[in-house]
Design a protein around this ligand. Structure first.
Ligand code: ADP
Ligand code: MG
Length: 459
């Protein structure tokens, strides 16, 4: 058994879907596999946009919703012969009636909770997978639609729900034992025990594939996308980036954690637990080898890749009396955690006079006010200064297991940044020595990426 996942870009239009079907059809007679699909390319963003507009009490979501419905109906009509279209057309129309009601509700109450948002976004994967099943059936494949909410059980942390693996694995195994045929599984979504729809994180379809693979002890997971594997840097920012043939699970996790969007970070965990290899492949160049992610790191240079994340802000707390303040770190991090703020990077000076974290810019204002609230007494008494926020920053990270045995990586990194006049605001190194990361100004990001890429890969 293999689990094969195609991302939104691979199924963004009819032409692409035909490519996907030809890959699937070539293999269907020879291999046993199940498929996982994301929403059709761009659909998740548009659903999000509708919910946002409706909340601002504007009715202009109607136009986008109509476009979306047409897009789905058009795909059914081109994929399925007329005589066999009715089930899929009905499914689409019923879903869009539900979406219309949902957005009207959001418009009336001017609010869309995380829970409602997960439900809204779930339509993307349900629609695409149902339609693709109809398309595969029309091609004579014995395809069946599996709504992942029936088997992937999660807690109710809407937006990035945690999977209950004991329940989920048992349900997946039962389902696969009792159902014949080519399973086509909705990525990204799950459900609580009460039946509320959840999602496992944006771009979480990769994770869904890995969850199924681990539950079924599959031979491999394949993530098919629009590039030929994990590359040495984001190819949209570094034109000379090239495919990395092999990565360890940990290296892939570090790269994706710091922004390599090609594979969702959590994907590596279930696969790693069962020692299942993950292949990253290109739908549009299926013959290229792509990237193998497994326990082995394989051959390579001193680093494997460079990743980056923009729209970051730095929060800095410091003050003359900070050393004496009890439990500063605990209170500082506790406050951020209690508001669900994701910390991208931590850097602390050894003098303990300051703590510095990088967080997404969208959370910066809230984080500042929450921390100042927590430390109100210390700020009033002058032991601590007000929280400083540096906006418009980016994090850049070099990643690779070889750095453990090679002391030269950080020297080379900071030399290259210095030579190119890139100012470094903060530095962090994971204790595993798998990555070195630096916070720089967002304006310098592309220059810095290219300078590092040149220094590590092209010289
Ligand atoms: P999918 O729709 O298949 O899930 P994504 O858009 O999530 O595809 O991921 C693929 C994109 O990730 C690529 O088109 C590329 O622009 C981007 N990307 C960012 N960093 C990297 C990297 N290091 N290697 C490859 N792709 C990367
Ligand atoms: Mg993706």
């Amino acid at each position: 058994m293999k689990i094969i996942k195609f991302g939104g870009s691979s199924i963004a239009n009819i032409e692409n879907i035909e490519k996907v079907f030809s890959i699937v059809e070539k293999r269907a007679d020879k291999e046993e596999f199940a498929l996982v699909f994301s929403a059709f390319g761009g659909v998740t963003e548009q659903l999000l946009q509708c919910a946002t507009i409706a909340q601002q009490s504007e009715e202009s979501y109607h136009t986008i919703l109509q476009e979306l419905e047409k897009k789905h109906l058009d795909i059914v009509r081109s994929l399925v012969p007329v005589q066999q279209q009715s089930t899929a057309l009905t499914f689409v129309k019923v879903r869009f009636n539900e979406l219309g009601d949902l957005f009207h509700g959001i418009y009336l109450i001017k609010e869309c909770s995380d829970r409602t948002m997960d439900y809204v976004l779930s339509f993307g994967e349900r629609l695409s997978n149902f339609i693709l099943v109809a398309g595969l059936q029309a091609r004579g494949k014995d395809a069946i639609y599996l709504d992942a909410r029936d088997v992937v059980k999660t807690n109710d942390r809407f937006g990035h729900a945690k999977v209950d693996f004991a329940k989920t694995n048992a349900l997946i195994q039962d389902y696969f034992k009792s159902h014949k045929g080519l399973k086509v599984i909705t990525g990204f979504i799950g459900a609580t025990d009460k039946g509320e729809t959840t999602t496992v994180g944006r771009s979480g379809s990769d994770y869904t594939a890995s969850i199924f693979a681990a539950a079924l002890k599959a031979e491999q997971v394949e993530i098919w996308t629009d590039v030929s594997g994990v590359m040495t840097a984001d190819p949209r920012l570094v034109y000379t980036a090239f495919t990395i043939p092999q990565l360890s699970y940990n290296e892939a996790m570090e790269l994706s954690h710091f922004g390599a969007k090609v594979v969702f970070p959590a994907t590596m965990q279930p696969a790693m637990k069962e020692d299942i290899p993950i292949y990253i492949k290109n739908t549009f160049k299926p013959d290229e080898v792509g990237t193998l992610i497994s326990r082995e790191s394989g051959e390579g240079k001193i680093i494997k890749g460079i990743s980056s994340m923009g729209n970051i802000s730095i929060l800095n707390v410091q003050g003359p009396g900070l050393v004496e303040v009890i439990g500063v770190s605990q209170r500082f991090f506790g406050t951020l955690a209690s508001y669900g703020i994701n910390i991208v990077l931590i850097s602390q000076a050894s003098s303990e006079h300051s703590i510095c974290v990088a967080i997404p810019s969208k959370d910066a204002a809230k984080a500042k006010s929450m921390i100042e609230e927590e430390f109100r007494y210390e700020i009033q008494s002058g032991e601590m200064d007000e929280v400083q926020v540096m906006p418009d920053m980016a994090v850049i990270a070099v990643v690779g297991e070889n750095m453990q045995h090679n002391p030269g990586a950080s020297g080379r990194m900071f030399q290259a940044l210095g030579r190119n006049n890139v100012n470094v605001a903060a530095i962090a190194q994971g204790s595993s020595e798998l990555n070195i990361s630096a916070v720089i100004s967002q304006a310098d990001l592309q220059k810095a990426l290219n300078a590092l890429h040149e220094a590590f890969f092209l010289s």
